[in-house]
Design a protein around this ligand. Sequence first.
Ligand code: M6R
Length: 610
Amino acid sequence: MCGIVGYAGNKNVESVLIVGLACLEYRGYDSAGIAVVDEDEIIIRKEKGKIKALEALLKEKPVKGKVGLGHTRWATHGEPSRINAHPHTNEKNTIAVVHNGIIENYIDLKNELQSKGYRFQSSTDTEIIPHLLNDELKSGKKIDDALMSIYKRIIGKWAIAVVFESEPDKVFFAQDGAPLLIGKGKNEYFLASDLSALIRNCDEVAYLSSKQWGFFTKEQFQLFNFEGVKIEAEFKKQELKWEEVDKIGFPHYMLKEIHEQTSIFRRVLEKRINDKNEIEFTELIASKEFLTKVNRFVIQAAGTSLHSGMIGKHYLEQFAKVQTDTDMSSEFRYRNPVVEGDTMIIAISQSGETADTLASVHEAKAKFLKVISMVNNVNSTIARESDAFIDTCAGVEIGVASTKAFTAQVLHLFLFSIYLARLKWMITDEQMKEIVDEVKTLPTKIESILQRASEIEKWAKDFVSSKDFVFLGRTYNHPIALEGALKLKEISYIHASGYAGGEFKHGPIALITSDVPVVCIANKSEIYPKMISNIQEIKARNGKIISIVTEGDTSAKSMSDYCFEIPDTHDFLSPILSVIPLQLLSYYVSVARSCNPDQPRNLAKAVTVE
Ligand code: M6R
């Protein structure tokens, strides 16, 4: 998704902006640009493609200055091109704007501006902003009033940064629903849409809330609400360390993040399970009583987080005995869902910024429902707008394909269900001991899978030319079949579909030929014989079987072309282990096909537009 950076200080603004933009690369983008305020003019440099292309342009045509803005664009309105890249300016080039999010009423505003004679260069919604500002200033308003007037006119979830030729020391910024934060340095201020762009340069950051705007120079910072009332910004020490956003020797972030799962599980279990072997959610203490009265959970999420939510449904129903529905957040708000006062929403989002999931939180609030979110970014908008949030503690996830955040979500959904079941006296002390003992074995089991990653790496070359893949799983592992398919298609561009094993013969089995690899998750469980039937049916049609089985398995293994053994555990914990070989499979196939797993085409790390 789009990224914003801004700077006012004594350093060379060009380098500060490029370094900041490079830190936002992981979010996904297709063009990049900067605006630098020189003494008496605004200079724009922008280019289609990667930041390297912008750097090459800057080498050819360098810029100098101490104040400026930068942007990485992920196309929404208009194709990726130099013209559509940000910053956008008014006709006289005296105002430059970068923008994240979408302006929903841009067509009306564009028509209005065109009828006044304004000419547009790009197909973007962003370009209306410099023209609108131009129009307000032309009517005699001061910059502050012109800005406040347009904030109320542009509808949608957005964040912007603006520089004016007439105010060469200042960077102006505002947000209404899209993240923006300010970093404080020594005689310098920074602006970014994501913390990762600030960590190299500043220790203290302040997160903006919706409907806030302000400006900074190198020495001064001021914040207001949209009514013009001054607000005290809360600068806090930022805790993110540089190593957390470094590849530390791995060829890709995705592989680093897959391997991090062992340490994350160790850390989470240490944090969440106390000396008495009880699960703790200190962040939920205030909600304890309400939680025991919840009659129905509705889980809201998208993509990989939706798949963890689907496993969460099993956990909440199985252990806490609360009816649970899992819903795509993009659908929830548009279908006027039936909910009662004792329904609680659980919004799951790695980034905490996904527009669809945020919208479903707003929809829930409009229906007076309580919302708990499960996020990996505790400073995110979704966390801030929920009644309570659970930190999934996975650390910053940079690879676009979500891996460690997914398993951390599943673990937290499991622990939360057991926590709730204990609150409701539904699990005895002996059962609790048995559950906790088993869950504590997970880090070692994950480690043992990762130690055998090379087994899967060897298979990858056999699938370089595959066109289609099928993934099958049942009950707890049905969402893993969906997740395996999503992971493979997003980073290797091979078409892949996941199905519940039982549904397979109702149509999708028609896809099977000797060219279609079928990944069957056939771990030890009550439904193991049913997965064996699936495997037999596929074998009978010459399908190629890749099976994920429990160690010691013989039946499924004997019928498989490729087989990976995962350590034995309870069926309900098996998705945490079975997904890891599938993450590795998609990673190695992607690399074998010469794709970039960290930055797949067309995708963004956080989908902040609807
Ligand atoms: O940040 P979120 O968890 O809300 O993101 C939801 C999806 O956009 C995300 O999981 C997406 O599907 C990933 N690229 C999957 O790997």
